[in-house]
Ligand binder design. Structure first.
Ligand SMILES: C[S@@+](CC[C@H](N)C(=O)[O-])C[C@H]1O[C@@H](n2cnc3c(N)ncnc32)[C@H](O)[C@@H]1O
Length: 285
């Protein structure tokens, strides 16, 4: 348990620092949690969310020379981009040292290129990348404006920014039922259970994203697209998926066991189909 989980269970306000502490603890406890959870969900064309992002990043036959991944985690997206553009120089930034070490090993790239740092203060020169990507990271930052401003600073004229976030308001069907089950399991003993999402709400609203990007010097009219990635899951896979969320994963063992039982009950008649809506934003500078 972290202070973040404690406060959410008690319905108390949480600070951005507590959220960050929770995020880092989560990634230490569950290495490769995101790539494990999202590497097994596919759209109707058999693409993961990493591949959907890569397709948009390279659309139009782009062959970027220098690519930056913001919140690069264990380097899964950079590895996909390297397969498609072997000549590209790869850079990544992430708060979590353990993940960055894993990314360096996976990509055989050094400490100058894959750095442990806050994306709100990037150690890269102005206009140094012709592609900036970010997969499931920008919605984890309570105030995303300084990060977007840094992206604008480091992206070169003519460069492209592509990012993917989740879309919690659009979750439906069996996945929504799974999250409702988690809520009911916890609220029985924690009746004041509070808000979990720490995102900057602007990333979940296309018009607000456009306004933010424009205010920080990006051209007008970014492109927004919704996609759905899905999989059929048994009880254990469903438990692993809900456990790969930053709040559930950091609960104490006894509560996690109760969540596991809830997922087993949901799957008692067989596997469920979980479908996760994601949002893809693409903007050329
Ligand atoms: C859900 S994980 C996604 C990791 C990777 N992009 C992937 O999809 O496999 C979010 C990542 O964003 C990183 N992150 C969150 N806030 C950050 C910040 N302010 N600066 C740099 N990285 C950050 C986290 O440490 C974490 O590794």
């Amino acid at each position: 348990m972290t202070r973040f989980s404690d406060h959410v269970l008690a319905g108390e306000p949480v600070t951005a620092d507590e959220w960050r502490e929770n995020l880092l603890e989560f990634h230490r406890k569950y290495p490769a949690a995101t790539s494990n959870a999202f590497g097994g969900l596919f759209d109707a064309n058999g693409r993961t969310s990493y591949e959907i992002l890569a397709d948009s990043a390279l659309r139009g036959g782009r062959q970027p020379a220098r690519i930056l991944d913001v919140g690069c985690g264990d380097g899964t997206l950079l590895a996909i981009l390297r397969r498609r553009v072997p000549s590209a120089e790869l850079y990544g930034i992430d708060l979590c040292e353990e993940d960055v070490i894993a990314a360096r090993a996976r990509l055989s790239v050094g400490t100058d290129c894959l750095v442990v740092a806050d994306a709100a203060r990037m150690p890269f020169p102005d206009a140094s990348f012709d592609l900036v990507v970010s997969h499931l990271a920008l919605m984890l930052i309570p105030d995303v404006a300084p990060v977007i401003a840094e992206i604008r600073r480091v992206i070169a004229p003519g460069g492209r920014l592509v990012f993917v976030t989740d879309d919690p308001a659009a979750v439906s069907g069996d996945l929504l039922e799974a999250f409702r089950t988690v809520y009911k399991t916890l609220v029985a003993d924690h009746p004041h259970l509070g808000r979990v999402i720490m995102a900057d709400s602007r990333v979940y609203d296309s018009a607000a994203t456009d306004t933010l990007l424009a205010s920080l010097g990006f051209p007008a009219f970014p492109e927004h697209a919704g996609h759905e990635i899905a999989s059929s899951v048994d009880a254990e896979a469903l438990y692993q998926f809900v456990g790969a969320t930053y709040f559930v994963g950091m609960l104490e063992d006894e509560l996690l066991e109760r969540v596991r039982s809830g997922m087993s009950m949901l799957c008692q008649d067989g596997p469920l189909r979980i479908a996760l809506p994601i949002r893809l934003t693409t903007v050329d500078c």
